[in-house]
Each structure stands twice: as C-alpha cells, then as structure tokens.
Design a protein around this ligand. Structure first.
Ligand code: FAD
Length: 643
C-alpha cells in the first residue's frame, strides 16, 4: 500500500491537485481553439479523473456564482447559422438531433454543444490496454434497461440503430463466473463492524435465485453463519428471521393501507421499529439501494424496499401491483426485465450508434456489432461540410430569441470554449442539458419555471473502472461481486462477460480484466436532496489521489487473502465522477406533491417557449435512457410544429 504510485498520479503531464479542480474558467484556454482536431485527441483512452473531468464544469460553476460575465469579454460572432442548436451531447441531445432530421429532412444543419471533451453525456466509454489485451468499461450508463417497458418511440430508436435486444444471450457468457464457483460476497470492515472479514453474502437484492437452490436465501444464510461473521448471535438470529420467516407486521390493514404506511417510513426505520431487528442488521443493509437511488435505506421508503425485493415483507401479503406513491424504479415488470442489453462500454454504444447516424464518416460501419471496435474520429465530428457537427469542450452560457420569443425568427446561443466566448444562430434550440443549468443560461422563462428547473437535483455517483492484470485473487476467494456497506465503494464486481463484434471479454483468471466499483457519497440521516447536495460537494472536492488511495486500500483489504497486491496488479484507474448523475426521481418520504397526485416539478420545468424546447432525462424525472429519448421526441415535436 505504501509503495509510490508512479503511473497514474499525473494526467496528461499535469499533476492533479485540488487547485486544478478550481481553475478559473478563462484560464482554461488551450493553445488551440479547435481541440478536437489536435492529433491524438481521443478521450475514451484517457484514465484518471473522468466523468465531469477538470475543464468541463468551471464555466457552468462561474455562471452559477455570478462571476462568468466579469471575465467573458465581448463574444466572438462565428457567423454560423443552423437550423437547430442542441445544448447537451448526451443520449437525449443526440436523439433530439436524430428526430429533428427525421421531421425536417436530412439536410437540416445542426450543431450539438457539450461541455465535456467526449460526447455521450453519462453514456461514456472507457478504454484500457493491459498487457496487450484491449478492455472496455462503461463510464456511466450501463445498459438498456428500465423498470417500465420502453415506449414505442424509444424502442423505435433502438431498432433504427440496429440493436437487436433479444440477441443479448448470444454475447453474454451467463455461466462463466458460476463455472468458477464464484459467489456474491459481503465485506465486513473493521471501522463499521469491528473486524475485516469477507464472507458469503446472504442478503437478497431482488429475491431468491430461483435457478439454483445452492444460491437460495436459506442456502446462502447457512454458509454465511458457518463462516463466523463478526456480528452478534442476536443479529444472526434476527437476520434468519427477516430472511426466512413470514410475519405480518400490520395485521388488520388492507394491502393499500399497508402500502400507504410503508411509503411514509424509511426501510431503515421499518427494520428497526417494525421488524425489530438488531442495529447490526440495519447497518448490513444500509447501502443496498445505493446503485438505484444514490442513497441508503435511511432515505428509501419501505414500500420501495418491498418493490425491490428486499427482506422482511414475506408475511405482509402486499398486492404485487404497483401502489400509489411508489418509485417507478421499484415496480417489477416482466416485459421490462426481459428488455436488457449490455454492451461492453454500456450505453456509450447507443451514443456512438446515434453519432454514426448523424455523422457517418466519424464512426463508419453498418452493424451494432462493428461499432464496438470502431474508433471514433473526433476531428470529423466538427466538419463544417457535414450537416451535423458536434462541438465538444463547449459550454452554452446564454440562449435567447433574437427579438420577442412570440415572433422571433431565430435564436442565438452563446458558448464558452477554451477560455473564449462565441455566438451562433439557429432557427431552433433544444436544451438537452441538465435542468439545474437552464435557469443560469435561459433568462426568458418565468421565475416559477426556473424554480422547477432548479429543483431537478442530480444524484451524485462515482463509477470507477480499475484495470487489473488478472483476477486470480477473485477466483481464489470464490467471488465475482462484493458488497461492502462500510467501505468507500459500496459495491464492486468483475466486468460482465460480454464478447461482441470481435471484442473478447476475459475468460480465464490469468487474463486482464476491468473491475467496476460504485460509490454514492451519502450523508445518512439527512433528507435525500440534502444528501445529494453534500455528496456533490464531496465529489468535486476530493482529489483523484485520495480516491486512488481509497481504491487501493479497499481492494487490498478485501482481496489480500487471495494474493492481491495493488502495486503489482492494478494497471490503470479511471474514476468516472458524476456529481450531477442520475435524474432525481421523486421520493415518497419527502415529495408529497407526487404522492398526492399534484403536478410534478418536471412538468412545469419542461415547458417550451417560442423556438426553444427542453429535453434530457431530467424532463421526465426518470434516470433512464428510454426517458432521455422520450423527452427528446417530445421536445422536437414542440418546436417542429413551427417549421
Ligand atoms: C453513473 C450512471 C449510470 C447510469 N446507468 C444507467 C443505465 O444503466 N441504464 C439507463 O437507462 N440509464 C442509466 N443512467 C441514466 C442516464 O442518465 C440516462 O440513461 C441517459 O444517459 C441520460 O441522457 P441525457 O442526454 O438525458 O443526459 P446526460 O447524459 O446527462 O447528457 C446531458 C449533457 O449535457 C451537458 N451539459 C450540461 N450543461 C451544459 C451546457 N451548459 N452546455 C453544454 N452542455 C451541457 C452535460 O454535461 C451532459 O454531457 C445512468 C446515469 C449515471 C450517471
């Protein structure tokens, strides 16, 4: 652990310090006004701090702080005019460009602006070369999946891109990790539980594993207890009771009455005050919903916990149809569950396929399979001869109609790039960016709408990819996935084994692999929105060096007994930092307007005005790719009526 980190504490020759994260925006100027055209410009291969990387957020933060225009100078008029300028190059922005061309014609001239150095928004691709093996990782959006079935519109786009969702089983090696007898494990850490110990994980995430009796709750619990976990006998008994027994804790109430009650209490309090389990059992489950909600069980309702298949509801006889006030993430739907596809770089493949449709010369090819190994040519994303251009490293700072919004023929978009400020004009604009940004860049809308936009909290997350030279320590310890509620990253797992389009996943423990680690910076005890605000500050103010130390420490403590040595086994680390991560989904513990059927803030927030409309997954308060597409479709419909 104490050996020097030599490979990765410098990113592109620049020492990563807290100071670098707070560089004034106008000092971020590079030598080139056109960075995408520099030789070797290839963001997917960058390691270190990615996601909202240094250089991507300073302009927006100085707008927020009211200092931007002090140092902006007079914007340079590019003289360009477009049919459409899209702000935000995530899946929603790319889909909006796609729908607009379908509505207006393929010759429509479109400019897409994004503040990051890569396109895709949260759907980002991470590449690694480890001992001559090529490995991909997902930097954000993991897969085609959604709690509810994809709409006809969203499915239509997936099909137009050539993605054959039902063919997924051809590419996914479902049995690989089972063939090595790898199991989910639970890591008790000494700071939370008094001792470091890796044991079998008995806690179900979504019910029993029906296919394999050896992986049923009862079988896993038996193994867990025999491995001498560092919890009291009372806690062990309570866990057994919670997992295996069927008690109705609210006798005499109807299913609807029970659900209404469960919607208003946190799962943590349900465990404590209703199921009366030992506090150690509450601590063990604290981080279970991190991956879906970005908060722990203190801030997720017991009703949602039931919907997600968490323990303690067997005897409650709850009607399995969705209840009022239930988070959509927690409503099981068989049709939706079947509609799943994971590319090795996650939904970055969707973003790349959309870019291929918009600018074919930048990502040539014909099939969903050949997209995997095709390198994007970033210089070609910004070719004035192409009807569609994607201008990266460009933050929109002002959007307005030229004249009165009711009668204007054009809009003007001002953006900052490499320390300079530019303007361009278009017939229309779609803001497919994060809603919290819009009040700072679009002054024309009513105050009430600005407040609704500002309330679109984002859920902060870290998606870390660690490139390892081999995974023999995992094999020796009999695990492919570890849940560690007390550690920096609360989950980590070996990459999902998917081979597609000539890309081969690791099949043998001696082969290089990517380990995916997930952290949500929570502050248990506070309301969910406050936890997200504090977590966002935490992510922006933690250096890559600190994160790297935490990663090395965690992997060494968890896998050391299997022979893992961080200095020897880690080849590279990419931390995908998303302080503005998932769209905020309404929470029945705090958001009563939603529980009571009132108009939701996202409906107020997404209202179009004149020639400008609003997209992004935030517009549906739903953190999924299908919603990003649905909202793009709605936004394009709103403005093309005027063409
Ligand atoms: C870590 C993570 C994992 C996820 N996993 C899944 C998953 O497995 N499946 C799923 O369906 N969904 C997942 N999601 C949800 C994901 O957000 C959506 O699926 C979808 O990718 C959102 O697309 P979007 O275009 O609406 O927003 P984004 O992807 O956020 O794109 C918006 C873009 O606008 C840019 N922008 C903001 N302000 C400006 C400005 N002023 N000027 C220029 N650009 C600006 C942003 O930087 C960003 O690049 C995940 C999200 C995260 C964060």
């Amino acid at each position: 652990m104490h050996r020097r980190i030599t490979r990765r504490d410098f990113i592109n020759g620049v020492a990563v310090t807290a100071g670098a994260a707070f560089m004034p925006w106008h000092l971020l100027a590079g030598d080139e006004s056109d960075p995408q055209k520099l030789r070797g410009y290839y963001p997917p291969a960058k390691t270190g701090m990615r996601g909202s990387h240094p250089g991507s957020f300073e302009v927006a933060h100085s707008l927020r702080d009211g200092t931007f225009w002090d140092s902006a100078g007079k914007p340079i008029d590019t003289g360009e005019t477009f049919d459409l300028i899209v702000v935000g190059g995530g899946i929603s922005g790319l889909a909006a460009a796609h729908f607009y061309r379908k509505a207006v014609g393929e010759k429509a001239r479109i400019l897409i602006l994004d503040n990051h150095d890569d396109f895709g928004g949260h759907a980002k691709r991470n590449e690694f070369h480890i001992n001559r093996a090529f490995r991909l990782g997902f930097g954000g959006t993991f897969s085609i999946e959604s709690p509810a079935p994809y709409s006809a519109v969203a499915k239509g786009v997936i099909e137009e891109l050539g993605i054959d969702v039902p063919s997924y089983s051809k590419y996914f090696d479902k049995h690989l990790y089972r063939s090595f007898e790898l199991y989910p494990k639970f890591f008790f850490d000494k700071e939370t539980f008094g001792a470091d110990k890796l044991v079998i994980n008995p806690i179900p995430h979504g019910g029993d594993d029906a296919e394999d009796p050896e992986r049923s709750s009862a079988a896993l619990l038996k193994r867990f207890t025999s491995e001498d976990p560092p919890i009291s006998d009372q806690a062990k008994g309570d866990l057994q009771r919670l997992l295996l027994e069927s008690e109705d804790y609210f006798p005499g109430l109807t299913s609807d009455e029970k659900k209404a009650k469960l919607a208003r209490i946190s799962y943590a309090n349900y465990l404590r005050d209703t199921a009366h389990v030992h506090e150690e059992i509450v601590k063990m489950q604290q981080a279970l919903p991190h991956g879906l909600f970005g908060v722990g069980i203190d801030a997720v309702s017991a009703q949602d916990a039931w919907g997600l298949g968490f323990a303690g509801f067997k005897g409650m006889k709850l009607d399995p149809t969705p209840g009022k006030g239930m988070n959509r993430d927690a409503i099981p739907n068989e049709e939706a569950e079947k509609y799943f596809f994971h590319f090795p770089d996650g939904n970055a493949s969707i973003a790349r396929l959309l870019v291929r449709k918009l600018i074919p010369e930048a990502l040539p090819g014909r099939e969903m399979t050949d997209i995997i190994l095709t390198k994007a040519d970033y210089a070609k994303l910004e070719n004035p001869a192409s009807p569609v251009q994607i201008r990266l490293n460009s933050t929109a700072v002002r959007v307005k109609h030229i004249g009165d919004s009711a009668s204007a023929a054009e809009v003007e978009v001002t953006y900052a790039r490499e320390g300079k400020v530019y303007t361009a004009r278009a017939k229309h604009s779609i803001l497919a960016c994060w809603h919290v940004v819009i009040p700072y860049i679009w002054d024309e809308i009513p105050e009430k709408q600005k407040q609704a936009l500002a309330s679109a909290q984002k859920v902060p997350l870290l998606y870390t990819n660690v490139a390892l030279r081999n995974w023999t320590s995992f094999q020796k310890l009999g695990t492919n996935t570890v849940y560690a509620p007390g550690m920096y990253h609360t989950f980590f797992n070996l990459d999902l084994p998917v081979s597609i389009g000539g890309y081969e996943c690791a099949r043998k423990p001696a082969e290089p692999i990517v380990v995916h680690m997930m952290k949500t910076p929570c502050h248990p005890g506070l309301p969910a929105r406050e936890q997200h605000t504090m977590g966002r500050i935490e992510l922006y103010t933690t250096t890559f060096e600190t994160m790297e130390r935490n990663i090395r420490d965690q992997l060494a403590r968890t896998l050391g007994a299997g022979g893992f040595d961080p200095a020897r086994d880690i080849e590279a680390i990419t931390v995908n930092r998303w302080p503005h991560g998932y769209a905020y989904e309404y929470n029945s513990l705090w958001d009563s307007f939603w529980l009571e059927g009132g108009i939701t803030p996202c409906e107020v927030a997404r209202k179009p005005l004149g020639r400008i409309a609003i997209a992004n997954a935030d517009a549906g308060a739903y953190a999924y790719t299908d919603e990003a597409i649905n909202q793009a479709w709605r936004a394009v419909g709103e403005i093309t009526k005027r063409v």
